[in-house]
Every structure is written in structure tokens, then in C-alpha cells.
Design a binder for this molecule. Structure first.
Ligand code: SAM
Length: 271
């Protein structure tokens, strides 16, 4: 990680769970993405007794679902830089820490990392650490958005609305890249997992559309509040941002989400 003379991190996660808006942002992510990720975990056979870890657990929506699936004798560890939004439970351990430096307990039946690795410049080193923490036959689920795919506007209420959404996307994604995020990493995750020797590597790629005031539009609304200072620095005005937020709540708008790549691989049962 790069550190400035003042100690501020220049690379790493582009949002901040400590902001007032973060609880909304993380809840929107769960609402948009949990159905797809749960389906993948269900197909993997998650069941009572499994030891699993949720990396960058955010609001802990997957953590709590996993804790129900593995109960009564299984266990979920939820790791996050800032775990303040993760609920606790009898079979949940919450660990505060940076996955780039934490040592995970081994012999995990499943590890899920959703919307974390794309943010970390050290993603390949972290991926190798996650593979080492799997039990033989254990499954790694890496889910990230391909934000290089930008054909997202299914219906726009006006040319001005289209321009504001594109300006917002350009500014937000450029800010993420300046912090070390790789907006196209999701498409390369399968190759990275194969290189690490995982078996049965497979990706599910999905998106859906949302009207203004729902799903991805609410997430963009929330992100525009969380990263307002950077959007202003990038040239948007306070009036632009107010107008953008109105557009994002307009039912005449329809946006697709970014493409979510959920890639699964299994640690071989024999070395
Ligand atoms: C975009 S949110 C995704 C939350 C959740 N996985 C989801 O998909 O709903 C990313 C989460 O990863 C956490 N995170 C970011 N960098 C991390 C790191 N280096 N180590 C541990 N957690 C990290 C953030 O604090 C945040 O809660």
C-alpha cells in the first residue's frame, strides 16, 4: 500500500464504512447482489457444519445468510477493514483487519470475496493467500463488477440526464482507479484462479435493469453522496450533483447494473 507523508493511504478501498452514507450503500449492495451470490453458494452445496469466511463482509448480509446455512455446528468468519455494519451471531466471528495482512485460519470449506479484490492493487497476492486457506476440495468464490462495460443506460428521461450519468460514472471510476482499483479485473479472475491451480474454475456473468429509485440507481445515488468531494474536484458542480440525484430517483430512468462476474474454483483434493 502507498502512504503519503501525512500517513493517508493513496491506494486501497475507495469508499469509507465510517461515513453516514455507508450503511445505505452497503445495504443497497446486498439487495442488488445477494440473490445471485446466494444461488452460487447454494449450488456449491453450502450446508450445516461448514467452516466459511466472508471477506470484506460490508453490511454482513451474506455473513448472516451463511451463518443460517452452516448452523448449528458450522462457523462463519467475517473479515472487514471496518466491520461496524456486520451483525454478530452465535456462530459468527467478526475480524477487523486488512486482508492484505491478515492470516486466515486454514481448512475452510468456502471463502467468498465480493467486491473486494477489484479494489486492491495486491489482489493476486491476496487471492493466493485465500487459496492456501481452503480445505482440499474447498471452494473460492470471487465476485467483482466489470466496470469497463459501460453500456448501462436502457432508458433515459433526457439527453441531459444521459450526460450527467456519464459524467458521474467517468469521475467516480477514475477516482477508483487513482486508488488502485482495477475496473476490468473481474474478467481476468478465472485466469488468475487457474494459474493458482484451482480446479473446476467457472464464471457466471450477470446483470439486470433497475428503474430510477431502485437497485443500482439507489447505489449510484448513495455513491454520489459518499464521494461528493472527489466528484466536485473532477468538475461536477453542486447543481449537477443535485440534478443527477433527481434523475437517479426518476422512474422514467432505467439503468443496467455493471456486469457481475462470479468466479468459482475448487482447491484440488490431492496435491
Ligand atoms: C464494496 S464493499 C462490499 C461489501 C460486501 N462484500 C458486499 O458485496 O455487499 C467492500 C467491503 O470490503 C471492505 N474492504 C475493503 N478493503 C479491504 C481490505 N483490504 N481488507 C478487508 N476488508 C476490506 C470494505 O470495508 C467494505 O466493507
Amino acid at each position: 500500500m502507498t502512504t503519503t507523508p501525512t500517513g493517508e493511504h493513496r491506494t486501497g478501498y475507495m469508499f469509507d464504512n465510517a461515513t453516514d452514507e455507508a450503511a445505505h450503500q452497503l445495504r443497497h449492495l446486498g439487495a442488488i447482489l445477494d440473490p445471485g451470490t446466494r444461488w452460487t453458494l447454494y449450488e456449491l452445496g453450502v450446508r450445516p457444519g461448514w467452516k466459511v469466511t466472508d471477506i470484506g463482509a460490508g453490511a454482513g448480509t451474506l455473513t448472516t445468510w451463511l451463518s443460517d446455512q452452516v448452523a448449528p455446528d458450522g462457523h462463519v468468519t467475517a473479515v472487514d477493514l471496518d466491520p461496524r455494519h456486520i451483525p454478530t451471531g452465535p456462530n459468527i466471528t467478526v475480524r477487523a483487519g486488512d486482508i492484505r495482512h491478515l492470516r486466515l485460519e486454514g481448512s475452510q470449506q468456502a471463502i467468498v470475496a465480493r467486491l473486494v479484490l477489484m479494489h486492491l492493487p495486491e489482489r493476486e497476492q491476496v487471492l493466493a493467500d485465500l487459496v492456501r486457506a481452503l480445505a482440499p476440495g474447498g471452494a473460492l468464490v470471487v465476485a467483482d463488477w466489470d466496470c469497463t462495460w459501460r453500456d448501462m443506460i436502457r432508458r433515459s428521461p433526457s439527453p441531459r440526464a444521459t450526460q450527467l450519468i456519464e459524467q458521474f460514472q467517468d469521475a467516480l471510476l477514475s477516482f477508483g482507479e487513482s486508488r488502485g482499483a482495477d475496473m476490468g479485473w473481474a474478467t481476468r479472475a478465472p485466469e488468475a484462479m487457474l494459474r493458482l491451480g484451482l480446479d473446476n474454475v467457472d464464471s457466471r456473468i450477470e446483470s439486470r435493469s433497475w428503474r430510477g429509485g431502485t437497485g443500482i440507481c439507489l447505489l449510484h445515488h448513495s455513491n454520489s453522496i459518499q464521494r461528493e468531494p472527489e466528484l466536485l474536484t473532477a468538475g461536477m458542480t453542486p447543481e449537477d450533483l443535485a440534478e443527477l440525484r433527481q434523475v437517479l430517483m426518476d422512474p422514467d430512468l432505467m439503468l443496467s447494473g455493471y456486469l457481475m462476474h462470479t468466479t468459482v474454483g475448487r482447491r484440488p483434493t490431492q496435491a
